[in-house]
Write a protein that binds this ligand. Sequence first.
Ligand code: XMP
Length: 317
Amino acid sequence: MSFFAPEKFTEEAIARLKTELTDKAIIAASGGVDSTVAAVLAARAAGDNLLAIYVNTGYMRLNETKFVSSMLENLGVQYKVIDASKRFYEGLRGVIDPEEKRKIIGELFIRVFEEEARKYGGKFLVQGTIAPDWIESGGGLRDTIKSHHNVGGLPEDMEMKLCEPIRELYKDEVRSLAEFLKVSVAHRQPFPGPGLAVRVMGEATPERTEVVRQACHIAEEEMELASERNEMELPWQYFAVLIPVKTVGVQGDVRAYGNTIAVRAVQSYDAMTAQALDVPYSVLKKISERITRELKSDVNRVVYDITDKPPGTIEWE
Ligand code: XMP
């Protein structure tokens, strides 16, 4: 049971930010609940001395750029959209190791933010890092489970000063803070900073990324519809992963040789542990049928991941 008090936290965080942000600042805004909450707090402390930057890395969800732009617009936060997808795709060319992917993405993010900060005159980088991000990145005396892009990827020679107003909070606390601040994405499912790059096992090429983007969209859409019909509870997190290992199948009466998509849906409280959700079989069937039909030139097999965390993690990389 958490005794988190959003009102008190907001007051104290804004007061701290007012002393910390002594110059212009930029905010890394991803459209998720963490960075949006950080943006609102920073905006309340810094006013016009704040610019939110949304980077389209090429590894974002379907229609995400449009969604985030309109949300920032509605929040009345000054923002800029940067399309850096080519740069990220090039940076990850030939990279298959998950930790290497995360570090490259983290560094590219920082470089893009530094360039934008230089143009804007920003001396601070505000981030929506939360407790599990740094704990799992080897914070304190803990082992590194995975380097969250906004922790393990930070280069040592970063020009800007880092400011992380919600780094001590857990997800449930961030959500209650978001509700208090009337942030529309308070209950949006989490999305990893490195995005779809860690949902394509192996090399995250533009082509493979497009496949997983569509598959994630189908899995999200079907589970959201099923939960609206009261056929299932909405999972805490739900998505698809591309396993680029080919298996033999048959489409019509023709041999198929395509990749596999794994669907994942978990319940969790704070992302530190998670339980694979018992999604109704009819919903899984619908997802499988749509994925193999709509992505038939790439995918001919769909499996469901029943691993809890631990021993798995929520994302596959
Ligand atoms: P794992 O996969 O470690 O993830 O069980 C726990 C939660 O964190 C999300 N996640 C990330 N979030 N930057 C983030 O901001 C990251 O690099 C990152 N990696 C994983 C994941 O989606 C889950 O909700």
